[in-house]
Design a protein around this ligand. Structure first.
Ligand code: ATP
Ligand code: MG
Length: 336
């Protein structure tokens, strides 16, 4: 039986963080065993709001691939490729842009939240929203459909984008005939990982992330600064672990001692500093195998490049095939 295809993506705007790992990538590691897996390094999408920082995007591409290999993505099972090397995706984006209204894009909840966050970070007068940024959900629909992705394993923030993709596919098929596949989102056990500041989403661009590549000193600093129950003032004040980010990360990385942490916190038997130090130790232990693997790939950039070159080639063939079908359906296959 032919394996089903899954397609997912990540923007080269920085290293992987715990949000990616637990919210999406840990699923990719499992799913690559059973599915024909494609992982796109979405550099074109990253440029929509980082167009003035090409160095950051360029540097992040290889960093991210190293991160993905370090957490256990196996290039023999999953195809890792760079979005900009597949011009068919840009072509599809143009065709799909006729099928989406501007009002619909403006109503997309993810796009709305991201615009709001940008305003908070850069101020009302900061960078205004470009045509490219507003249209990135269309480009993402092109990413998914170019590979006929049936399942898209993502974090919760991506659900409105998958929905938008489904609408585009539906409209395309109803106008031009059955050609594209409507994808389904596939969420992880914890589909949204919170940030160190208590924000509902840990994000690369939000300054509230623990990156898998952070060194010991940075991990210590970040965890020592994490938000705890503001009502706990003295060391023996009882506290509410459910509003404490330190407890939240203890749980996330599966501290075997979690019940004790919870009980002691509730009963005022554990100070926040001790609790943070315990988390730091567990976090470093959790990151150690990833860090060791990263060192290997950092010392072998030629392996990383080879993986990408092969991935790009394989992905391009699939996208070319889809393009032929799309052009036929749209009756723009003039010389066939
Ligand atoms: P950026 O701020 O540049 O958009 P990001 O941290 O949001 O970066 P993306 O590259 O946009 O990361 O997302 C890659 C994948 O990781 C997506 O599937 C997204 O849903 C998932 N993801 C990112 N952050 C989280 C999070 N905090 N919780 C769960 N999933 C997440
Ligand atoms: Mg994002």
């Amino acid at each position: 039986m032919e394996k089903q295809t899954i397609l997912t993506g990540i923007r080269p705007t920085g290293h992987l963080h715990l949000g990616h790992y637990f919210g999406a990538c840990s699923n990719w590691i499992k799913l690559q065993e059973k599915f024909d897996t494609y992982i796109e390094i979405a550099d074109v999408q990253a440029l929509t709001d980082n167009f003035n920082n090409p160095d950051k995007v360029r540097k992040s591409v290889r960093q991210l691939v190293v991160d993905l290999l370090s957490i256990g993505i196996d290039p023999k099972k999953a195809t890792i490729f760079i979005q900009s090397t597949i011009p068919e995706i840009a072509e599809l984006t143009v065709f799909y842009s006729n099928l989406v209204t501007i009002a619909r894009l403006q109503r997309n909840p993810t796009v709305k939240t991201e615009i709001k966050q940008k305003k908070e970070l850069f101020g009302e007068s900061g960078e205004s929203i470009t045509y490219g940024f507003l249209g990135y959900p269309v480009s993402q629909a092109a990413d998914i459909t170019a590979f006929k992705g049936k399942l898209v394993p993502v974090g919760e923030d991506q659900l409105p984008l998958i929905e938008q993709c489904r609408e585009i596919v539906h409209k395309f098929n109803s106008i031009y005939g059955q050609t594209l596949i409507e994808p389904k989102a596939y969420l992880s056990e914890i589909p949204r990982i919170k940030g160190l500041d208590g924000n509902e989403k840990m994000g690369k661009s939000l300054g509230n992330a623990i990156f898998l590549a952070d060194d010991e000193k940075t991990i210590k600093q970040k965890i020592m600064g994490a938000i705890t129950d503001p009502n706990k003032i003295k060391i023996d004040d009882p506290a509410n672990p459910n509003i404490c980010m330190v407890y939240y990360y203890h749980k996330l990385i599966k501290n075997p001692n979690i019940e004790t942490v919870c009980e002691e916190c509730k009963n005022g038997k554990r100070g926040c500093v001790v609790c943070k130090k315990e988390l730091i130790n567990h976090m470093l232990e959790f990151l150690k195998p990833i860090t060791d693997k990263r060192k290997y790939y950092e010392n072998h950039p030629e392996i990383v490049d080879q993986i990408l070159k092969e991935g790009n080639q394989k992905a391009k063939k699939i996208a070319e095939n889809t393009m032929k079908e799309v052009k036929k359906s749209m009756k723009i296959n003039y010389f066939e």
